[in-house]
Design a protein around this ligand. Sequence first.
Ligand code: ATP
Length: 241
Amino acid sequence: MRPAIALTTVSRSYGRGDSAVRALGNVSLEFPAGSFTAIMGPSGSGKTTLLQCAAGLDRPDSGSVRVGELELTELSEKRLAQLRRREVGFVFQSFNLLPSLTAAQNVVLPLRLGGQRPKRGTARAALDRVGLGKRARHLPAELSGGQQQRVAIARALVAEPRVIFADEPTGALDTRSAREALALLRSLVDEDGRTIVMVTHDPVAAAVADRVVFLADGQVVDSMTAPRADAVAARMTALGA
Ligand SMILES: Nc1ncnc2c1ncn2[C@@H]1O[C@H](COP(=O)(O)OP(=O)(O)OP(=O)(O)O)[C@@H](O)[C@H]1O
Protein backbone atom coordinates (compact mmCIF):
# COMPACT_ATOMS: atom_id res chain seq x y z
CA MET A 1 0.00 0.00 0.00
CA ARG A 2 1.18 3.50 -0.82
CA PRO A 3 2.19 5.40 2.35
CA ALA A 4 0.13 8.46 3.30
CA ILE A 5 3.33 10.53 3.26
CA ALA A 6 6.77 9.71 1.92
CA LEU A 7 9.87 11.86 2.26
CA THR A 8 12.83 10.81 0.13
CA THR A 9 16.29 12.32 0.68
CA VAL A 10 14.85 15.62 1.89
CA SER A 11 17.35 18.36 2.75
CA ARG A 12 16.64 21.84 4.06
CA SER A 13 19.15 24.50 5.08
CA TYR A 14 18.58 27.99 6.40
CA GLY A 15 20.85 30.91 5.67
CA ARG A 16 23.92 30.99 3.45
CA GLY A 17 27.67 30.69 3.66
CA ASP A 18 29.30 30.48 7.08
CA SER A 19 26.03 31.06 8.90
CA ALA A 20 24.12 28.30 7.03
CA VAL A 21 22.33 25.78 9.24
CA ARG A 22 21.46 22.37 7.83
CA ALA A 23 18.10 21.69 9.50
CA LEU A 24 17.49 18.43 7.59
CA GLY A 25 20.10 16.37 5.78
CA ASN A 26 18.91 13.65 3.36
CA VAL A 27 15.99 12.49 5.46
CA SER A 28 13.96 9.56 4.08
CA LEU A 29 10.85 8.50 5.99
CA GLU A 30 7.50 6.91 5.23
CA PHE A 31 4.31 7.36 7.21
CA PRO A 32 1.88 4.49 6.54
CA ALA A 33 -1.79 5.38 6.08
CA GLY A 34 -3.72 4.98 9.32
CA SER A 35 -0.64 5.21 11.53
CA PHE A 36 0.34 7.52 14.38
CA THR A 37 4.00 8.62 14.41
CA ALA A 38 5.72 10.76 17.03
CA ILE A 39 8.80 12.77 16.05
CA MET A 40 11.27 13.40 18.87
CA GLY A 41 14.75 14.79 19.22
CA PRO A 42 16.78 17.44 21.03
CA SER A 43 16.00 21.12 20.54
CA GLY A 44 17.14 22.23 17.08
CA SER A 45 17.27 18.67 15.69
CA GLY A 46 14.91 19.53 12.83
CA LYS A 47 11.53 18.28 14.07
CA THR A 48 9.49 21.35 13.13
CA THR A 49 11.31 21.66 9.81
CA LEU A 50 10.46 18.03 9.04
CA LEU A 51 6.80 18.59 9.90
CA GLN A 52 6.63 21.76 7.82
CA CYS A 53 8.24 20.14 4.78
CA ALA A 54 5.92 17.11 5.07
CA ALA A 55 2.87 19.39 5.35
CA GLY A 56 3.70 21.71 2.46
CA LEU A 57 4.28 24.68 4.77
CA ASP A 58 7.94 24.83 3.79
CA ARG A 59 9.80 23.72 0.67
CA PRO A 60 12.87 21.49 0.94
CA ASP A 61 16.01 22.48 -0.97
CA SER A 62 16.15 19.00 -2.48
CA GLY A 63 14.42 15.64 -2.27
CA SER A 64 10.85 14.52 -2.72
CA VAL A 65 7.76 14.89 -0.50
CA ARG A 66 4.71 12.86 -1.53
CA VAL A 67 1.35 13.22 0.20
CA GLY A 68 -0.88 10.49 -1.22
CA GLU A 69 -0.65 10.83 -5.00
CA LEU A 70 0.80 14.34 -4.94
CA GLU A 71 4.46 15.34 -5.27
CA LEU A 72 4.50 18.53 -3.19
CA THR A 73 7.78 19.83 -4.55
CA GLU A 74 6.16 20.11 -8.00
CA LEU A 75 3.08 22.03 -6.85
CA SER A 76 2.54 25.75 -7.36
CA GLU A 77 2.00 27.95 -4.29
CA LYS A 78 -1.70 28.03 -5.14
CA ARG A 79 -2.02 24.22 -5.25
CA LEU A 80 0.02 23.95 -2.04
CA ALA A 81 -2.37 26.33 -0.31
CA GLN A 82 -5.29 24.20 -1.54
CA LEU A 83 -3.60 21.07 -0.25
CA ARG A 84 -3.10 22.66 3.16
CA ARG A 85 -6.80 23.51 3.33
CA ARG A 86 -8.21 20.24 2.00
CA GLU A 87 -5.87 17.32 2.39
CA VAL A 88 -4.12 17.99 5.70
CA GLY A 89 -5.09 19.34 9.11
CA PHE A 90 -2.92 21.17 11.62
CA VAL A 91 -2.88 21.32 15.40
CA PHE A 92 -0.44 23.62 17.19
CA GLN A 93 0.80 24.03 20.75
CA SER A 94 -0.81 27.45 21.05
CA PHE A 95 -4.27 26.40 19.65
CA ASN A 96 -4.31 29.43 17.27
CA LEU A 97 -8.03 30.11 17.70
CA LEU A 98 -9.36 33.56 16.83
CA PRO A 99 -10.53 35.12 20.13
CA SER A 100 -13.48 37.03 18.67
CA LEU A 101 -15.03 33.98 16.96
CA THR A 102 -17.13 31.32 18.68
CA ALA A 103 -15.96 27.71 18.80
CA ALA A 104 -18.28 26.89 15.87
CA GLN A 105 -17.04 29.85 13.81
CA ASN A 106 -13.42 28.92 14.48
CA VAL A 107 -14.10 25.34 13.37
CA VAL A 108 -15.51 26.31 9.96
CA LEU A 109 -13.03 29.13 9.34
CA PRO A 110 -10.76 26.99 7.09
CA LEU A 111 -13.76 26.23 4.85
CA ARG A 112 -14.72 29.90 4.66
CA LEU A 113 -11.14 30.91 3.89
CA GLY A 114 -11.24 28.36 1.08
CA GLY A 115 -14.28 30.12 -0.37
CA GLN A 116 -16.80 27.48 0.71
CA ARG A 117 -20.04 28.12 2.51
CA PRO A 118 -20.15 25.47 5.24
CA LYS A 119 -23.28 23.29 5.27
CA ARG A 120 -25.58 23.55 8.27
CA GLY A 121 -24.46 21.22 11.01
CA THR A 122 -20.82 20.99 9.83
CA ALA A 123 -19.39 22.82 12.84
CA ARG A 124 -21.67 20.97 15.22
CA ALA A 125 -20.67 17.57 13.81
CA ALA A 126 -16.95 18.39 14.17
CA LEU A 127 -17.48 19.71 17.71
CA ASP A 128 -19.52 16.62 18.59
CA ARG A 129 -16.62 14.47 17.40
CA VAL A 130 -14.36 16.11 20.01
CA GLY A 131 -17.02 16.06 22.74
CA LEU A 132 -17.78 19.79 22.66
CA GLY A 133 -21.10 19.94 20.82
CA LYS A 134 -22.64 21.89 23.70
CA ARG A 135 -19.93 24.59 23.56
CA ALA A 136 -20.49 25.68 19.96
CA ARG A 137 -21.42 29.26 20.90
CA HIS A 138 -18.64 29.80 23.44
CA LEU A 139 -15.70 32.11 22.78
CA PRO A 140 -12.20 30.66 23.26
CA ALA A 141 -11.76 32.73 26.46
CA GLU A 142 -14.79 30.94 27.90
CA LEU A 143 -13.17 27.53 27.40
CA SER A 144 -10.37 25.76 29.29
CA GLY A 145 -7.03 25.16 27.56
CA GLY A 146 -7.93 21.52 27.00
CA GLN A 147 -11.28 22.49 25.49
CA GLN A 148 -9.62 25.09 23.25
CA GLN A 149 -7.24 22.44 21.96
CA ARG A 150 -10.20 20.14 21.23
CA VAL A 151 -11.83 22.99 19.26
CA ALA A 152 -8.55 23.30 17.34
CA ILE A 153 -8.67 19.55 16.66
CA ALA A 154 -12.28 19.90 15.44
CA ARG A 155 -11.08 22.69 13.13
CA ALA A 156 -8.32 20.41 11.82
CA LEU A 157 -10.99 17.79 11.06
CA VAL A 158 -13.51 20.02 9.34
CA ALA A 159 -12.17 19.43 5.82
CA GLU A 160 -12.00 15.65 6.52
CA PRO A 161 -8.25 15.47 5.89
CA ARG A 162 -6.57 12.08 5.72
CA VAL A 163 -3.45 13.43 7.43
CA ILE A 164 -3.14 15.52 10.59
CA PHE A 165 0.09 17.24 11.64
CA ALA A 166 0.43 18.21 15.28
CA ASP A 167 3.32 20.33 16.60
CA GLU A 168 3.60 19.93 20.39
CA PRO A 169 -0.20 19.63 20.74
CA THR A 170 0.01 18.96 24.49
CA GLY A 171 2.83 21.44 25.24
CA ALA A 172 0.49 24.03 26.79
CA LEU A 173 -1.87 21.61 28.56
CA ASP A 174 -2.06 20.23 32.10
CA THR A 175 -1.57 16.49 32.52
CA ARG A 176 -5.25 15.60 32.44
CA SER A 177 -6.13 17.76 29.41
CA ALA A 178 -3.05 16.42 27.65
CA ARG A 179 -4.20 12.85 28.26
CA GLU A 180 -7.65 13.68 26.86
CA ALA A 181 -6.24 15.39 23.76
CA LEU A 182 -3.93 12.43 23.11
CA ALA A 183 -6.80 9.94 23.52
CA LEU A 184 -8.78 11.99 21.01
CA LEU A 185 -5.88 12.01 18.51
CA ARG A 186 -5.45 8.26 19.02
CA SER A 187 -9.15 7.70 18.27
CA LEU A 188 -8.83 9.65 15.00
CA VAL A 189 -6.35 6.98 13.90
CA ASP A 190 -8.06 3.92 15.38
CA GLU A 191 -11.67 4.80 14.59
CA ASP A 192 -11.42 7.07 11.56
CA GLY A 193 -8.28 5.69 9.90
CA ARG A 194 -6.51 9.03 9.73
CA THR A 195 -2.72 9.39 9.68
CA ILE A 196 -1.10 11.51 12.40
CA VAL A 197 2.42 12.92 12.57
CA MET A 198 3.10 14.59 15.91
CA VAL A 199 6.17 16.46 17.14
CA THR A 200 6.54 16.22 20.91
CA HIS A 201 9.08 16.57 23.69
CA ASP A 202 6.99 14.44 26.04
CA PRO A 203 7.79 10.70 26.25
CA VAL A 204 4.29 10.04 27.67
CA ALA A 205 2.72 11.70 24.62
CA ALA A 206 5.08 9.82 22.28
CA ALA A 207 4.04 6.52 23.88
CA VAL A 208 0.51 7.03 22.50
CA ALA A 209 1.94 6.72 18.96
CA ASP A 210 2.56 3.50 17.02
CA ARG A 211 6.12 4.54 16.31
CA VAL A 212 8.61 7.13 17.50
CA VAL A 213 11.18 8.52 15.06
CA PHE A 214 14.21 10.15 16.69
CA LEU A 215 16.04 13.01 15.01
CA ALA A 216 19.44 14.45 15.88
CA ASP A 217 21.28 17.13 13.89
CA GLY A 218 18.80 16.92 11.03
CA GLN A 219 19.08 13.15 10.59
CA VAL A 220 16.91 10.20 11.55
CA VAL A 221 19.02 8.37 14.13
CA ASP A 222 16.59 5.76 15.49
CA SER A 223 12.99 4.61 15.60
CA MET A 224 10.93 2.59 18.03
CA THR A 225 7.66 0.74 17.43
CA ALA A 226 5.10 0.10 20.20
CA PRO A 227 6.98 2.69 22.30
CA ARG A 228 6.87 2.82 26.09
CA ALA A 229 7.37 6.14 27.85
CA ASP A 230 10.32 4.94 29.94
CA ALA A 231 12.15 3.53 26.92
CA VAL A 232 11.47 6.74 24.95
CA ALA A 233 12.77 8.86 27.85
CA ALA A 234 15.92 6.73 28.08
CA ARG A 235 16.55 7.10 24.33
CA MET A 236 16.09 10.88 24.57
CA THR A 237 18.54 11.07 27.47
CA ALA A 238 21.07 9.13 25.40
CA LEU A 239 20.59 11.69 22.60
CA GLY A 240 21.51 14.42 25.06
CA ALA A 241 18.04 15.97 25.22
N1 ATP B 1 13.60 30.22 9.67
C1 ATP B 1 14.80 29.80 10.09
N2 ATP B 1 15.92 30.53 9.86
C2 ATP B 1 17.13 30.12 10.26
N3 ATP B 1 17.35 28.97 10.93
C3 ATP B 1 16.29 28.20 11.21
C4 ATP B 1 14.96 28.57 10.81
N4 ATP B 1 14.10 27.60 11.23
C5 ATP B 1 14.86 26.68 11.85
N5 ATP B 1 16.18 27.02 11.84
C6 ATP B 1 17.29 26.24 12.40
O1 ATP B 1 17.20 24.92 11.89
C7 ATP B 1 17.48 23.96 12.91
C8 ATP B 1 16.29 23.03 13.10
O2 ATP B 1 15.20 23.79 13.61
P1 ATP B 1 13.80 23.14 14.00
O3 ATP B 1 12.91 24.24 14.47
O4 ATP B 1 13.33 22.30 12.88
O5 ATP B 1 14.20 22.20 15.22
P2 ATP B 1 13.28 21.52 16.33
O6 ATP B 1 13.83 20.14 16.50
O7 ATP B 1 11.85 21.64 15.95
O8 ATP B 1 13.61 22.40 17.61
P3 ATP B 1 12.74 22.73 18.93
O9 ATP B 1 12.54 21.42 19.62
O10 ATP B 1 13.63 23.64 19.71
O11 ATP B 1 11.47 23.36 18.47
C9 ATP B 1 17.84 24.76 14.15
O12 ATP B 1 19.23 24.88 14.23
C10 ATP B 1 17.21 26.10 13.90
O13 ATP B 1 17.89 27.13 14.57
